[in-house]
Structure formats: C-alpha cells, structure tokens
Design a protein around this ligand. Structure first.
Ligand code: XMP
Length: 529
C-alpha cells in the first residue's frame, strides 16, 4: 500500500526463523509498522523502501553450512541501523571480518545476560537480564569497530554493537516470551536507535485502508463472500465504511452451518450495519450433492466447487436486480473482496523446508478470482490476526464475531464422519450448540482455539431406563493452539466435561455416548476429516 511510505517502518530480513513473524508482531506492538522481506533482498531495494531500521532474524542454518542464506553486504553500509538476532548476528560478524565458530551443539535455554558499556539497546534495563538462547554458532572475535555490551557465562559476545555504524547484535532472542524484558530491548531499538514514530495504529490503518480502497475501486462495484468468520466480517465492515453501497456481500447457506449462523450474520450485517446483503439458501443443492459421499477430500472438493457455482449465479442475479432497479451505469461486479491476511502473503523462506505452508494450502476454497476474472480487493493483507480483531472492534463489530473461533469452509460436513444426511446434521448441530453454550457459560469459549462436536459413524450399546439402546457417538474436540498448525487438547475441568456429556446424551435424541478426544496435533489433526 503506497500510503505506508510516509510512516516509520522496520524491515525484517527473514533467514527462516520460526520466530520471524513474532519479531514483526513485537515491532507492531510498539505501534511501528514492520514488514518481512526475504533475506536476499538487494541493498538497493531495501534502500528504496526507506526503512528506519532493519532486523536480521534468526534461522536454523550455521554460517558454515553449504548454501547458508547470505545477505547483500552493502546493506551494512546504507547508514540504516541494523539489529542482528542470533543467526543475524553470526552473519553480520562473519561478513564484517569477525570470527564465528561452529560449536556443533545448540545452546538452548535460559541464561543471564550481564550488561556493560551502556548500550542504548539496554537503556533502563539495569545490569542483568534473563534471556533465552537457541543458537549453534558463536562469535569468538568481533569485527573492527564493535564492542561487547553484554556477556553471558559461556559467551563474551552475547550482545555487541558498533555505535558509529549503528550495527547491533544479540545472540539471544529478545522477541520470545522467555526473554521477559525483550520487548523493552526492541522498543529501545525502534525508538532510540531508529527514531521511529508511534504512527502504526488501527485508527490510522482504517483511514488509510479506506482511502486506498476508494482509490482502487473508484465508482465500481465490489462483491464479497461473507462467511461470518472474523476475516471476511472485518473485510466487509471496512469496505462498508469505505464505499458504502458499492459493496454487496453474498452469504451462502450451504446447509452445513452451525445452528442459527445465518440469523447471526443477517442480524449483524443486514440489520446493524445496513450492508447490502444477499442471502442465498443453497442447502438443498449442497445436501443433494453430498448424498452417498463419505470420502473427506471428495466432500471438500464438491463443496468448494459448488460454492463457486452458487456464488457465480448469485452475482448474475445481483446484476439482474441492479438492471431491474434501473442501475445501468456500471459494467458489473469487477472487484472481489477477500479477507487475506499478512501471514498468507509473506513469501515463506524455505530453509530446510517449511512444511507449514504446504499443509495450509488445502484450506483455501480458492478458485473464485480465476474463474470469474475478478480483480481482488484485499484490505487486510498487511495485518496479523490480532490486528484484524482490533480493527473489527474499532469498526463496531460485536465481540461474538470478532473473537469467534475458526470454522472450516466445508462446515459440519467434515465433522460428520461418513455420509452427511439431514438427520445426522441435525444431531451434530444440537450437540454442537450444547458444547458452545456450556463453553460460553463456563467462560472457556474465548480461552480455547476451537471447541466443537464430531459425529462418528459408530453406534454402540447403551441403556436408557430399562431399555437397551443402540445409538450414535459424539466426540468432543476442544483444543488450544496459536495458529492451527500445532495444537493440544485442553485440560478442561471434569465438571464442565461432565455437564456437556450428560446434556448431550440426555437432550440429543440418537446419542448415547460422548467421548473426549485427547490427541494433540501432530500426529492427529484438529478436524477429524
Ligand atoms: P486441521 O484439521 O488441518 O485444521 O488440523 C487446522 C485448522 O484449519 C481448519 N480447517 C479448515 N478450514 N477449510 C477451512 O476453511 C477446510 O477444509 C479446513 N480443514 C481444517 C480447522 O478448523 C483448524 O482451525
């Protein structure tokens, strides 16, 4: 987004660390805009982006590895402050004539940093700090011009600087929670050394994003597939603020939604926001299509393709309605808005592979833009999820939308193992409603990543009164996670589990057994299909 060039900005060169995005988020928490770029971005491109400072991330390589990621050495002569973290420090020391040794073992864990020589990096932080290490190489001699500003028991050069050239290095990780005062170190870097202004706020973001959207779409019309999830909802609210009735949202009921989902979305967007909302009830089409289908990937494919068909048809109907209403001015719906977020667009650096990206791709029900020749409007492309939520709140969306748990595009179809039928959908919906309401009542709903019910194609024997029963099994899946890539089952209080279990087996007809899934991801996945 061009408007951003007037802001303070920190660029993070990504050498493949698992913490690169954490660094970017920490900087944004300082209300300073940050962006991740590839480690091999040439110095002239970096200079053209006019950053106030650069951070070189950590990474899994040793500077002595064959094919270790390199940096354009001209970067150190741009006059822009540089902070090298872990591998970033090793690379800086190595390139500028210091000595780095490959220790062959990874120092991993907590340590104590003793601060000396009054570095601006540690201003206000006292004489010693708890820090978190995770590195293999070690600096054993400094490049010319550098001094040590922090030592640990095992290392004389745990924090170093060349104040003249504004080059700084930390062997430990200031971005992780295990370095409790790491945020203050990063703050010192961005404010005192890079002289950044605190000009990255959600208020300013929303204003600029609106201006950008207006410029991009002019007086043309935009269509958006509203799912009721956080990302599409915030996109809708933002576009509504930017272009009002030029935006039309299409909400497709595929018959695989949670109970009352269509009501909530229509209430929030139609009644409260007065967004132009086209509600399409395509439940019958989807359910007819899914008849007899049991294979998970076939379900996904059928649902994804059908969604595109339904969406395309709905857009044509919109055009027809516009025509009937005498709106002849426009050539149609040229733009498609999507809730793409920053983690989706960061070009992943594949050093020793980055399987996360590959696993994720199947989750996107893509294909719309290609099939319908839309131009994309993606106002959230720069935001992390927590920033999207902040933006949503500022735009006036209710907490129940902004903090809701993720829900998969193929909906309840991937939570019904085996065939999806109206009867099985209704069993799962009822069970799911009980899970959600008990989680909310016990104040657990917003503390976990996801909490839902799964219906198994397994019947087992039970007893009700004097009667033997032979009914269905519901599994509770309740997990905590940062990003859905890994997850662990939540140690819920037994009383809560007991309440959910007894309500489901008493209230949901057709269920006589409730199980709790105690598998982590990996090796299991969060969804059962
Ligand atoms: P898994 O089951 O792969 O899920 O551990 C990780 C996260 O992704 C969600 N998920 C999906 N989301 N379409 C989606 O939009 C899908 O097909 C899909 N499959 C899984 C899942 O709910 C969890 O948050």
């Amino acid at each position: 987004m061009a408007a951003r060039s007037t802001h303070s900005k920190i660029l993070i060169l990504d050498f493949g660390s698992q913490y690169t995005q954490v660094i970017a988020r920490r900087i944004r928490e300082c209300q300073v805009y940050s962006e991740i770029v590839r480690f091999d971005t040439p110095a002239r491109e970096i200079a053209a982006l006019k950053p106030n400072g650069l951070i070189l991330s950590g990474g899994p390589a040793s500077v002595y590895d064959k094919g270790a990621p390199q940096i354009d050495p001209q970067i150190f002569s741009l006059g822009i402050p540089v902070l090298g973290i872990c591998y970033g420090l090793m690379l800086m020391a190595h390139r500028l004539g210091g000595q780095v040794v490959f220790t062959g073992r990874r120092e991993y864990g907590a340590g104590m940093l003793h601060i000396r020589n009054g570095s601006e990096l540690f201003e206000g932080l006292g004489n010693q700090l708890d820090v978190w290490n995770s590195h293999g190489d070690e600096v054993t001699a400094l490049p010319k011009g550098f001094v040590a500003v922090g030592t640990t028991e095992g290392c004389d050069f745990a924090a170093v600087e060349d104040r003249q050239r504004k080059l700084y290095g930390l062997q430990f990780h200031p971005e992780v929670a295990h370095t409790p005062r790491g945020r203050e170190i990063l703050r010192n870097f961005v404010y005192h050394i890079c002289h950044c202004a605190m000009d990255w706020t959600m208020g300013s973001f929303i204003e600029e994003a609106c201006a950008h959207v207006r410029k991009q779409v002019g007086d043309q019309k935009v269509v958006l597939g509203l799912s009721g999830g956080v990302d599409s909802s915030v996109t809708a609210a933002l576009l509504h603020k930017a272009i009002g009735n030029q935006l039309t949202c299409i909400f497709v009921n595929n018959g695989l939604l949670r109970a009352r989902e269509e009501e909530i979305v229509q209430r929030v967007f139609g009644e409260n926001f007065h967004v132009r909302l086209k509600y399409v009830d395509a439940s019958d089409r989807f359910l007819a299509l899914l008849k007899g289908v049991t294979d998970p990937e076939s379900k996904r494919k059928l649902i994804g393709n059908e969604f595109i068909e339904v969406f395309q048809h709905a857009t044509e109907e919109l055009l027809e309605e516009d025509r009937k209403n005498g709106d002849r001015k426009h050539g149609g719906y040229k733009f498609l808005a999507q809730g793409t977020l920053y983690p989706d667009v960061i070009e992943s650096v594949s050093i020793r592979g980055n399987p996360a990206q590959v696993i994720k791709s199947h989750h996107n029900v893509g294909g719309l833009p290609e099939k319908m020749h839309f131009e994309l409007v993606e106002p959230l492309r720069q935001l992390f999820k927590d920033e999207v939520r902040q933006a949503g709140l500022q735009l006036g969306l209710p907490k129940e939308i902004v903090y809701r748990q993720p829900f998969p595009g193929p909906g309840l179809a991937v939570r019904i193992l085996g065939e999806v039928t109206p009867e099985r959908l209704s069993i799962l919906r009822e069970a799911d409603t009980i899970v959600q309401s008990e989680m909310e009542a016990a104040d657990w709903y917003y503390k976990v990543w996801q909490s839902f019910a799964v219906l198994l194609p397994v019947q087992s024997v039970g007893v009700m009164g004097d009667q033997r029963t032979y009914e269905n099994t519901i599994v509770l899946r309740i997990v905590e996670s940062q990003d859905g890539m890994t997850a662990d089952w939540v140690r819920l209080p037994y009383e809560l589990l007991a309440r959910i279990s007894s309500r489901i087996s008493n209230e949901v007809k057709g269920v006589n057994r409730v199980c709790y899934d105690i598998s982590s991801k990996p090796p299991s996945t969060i969804e059962w299909e």
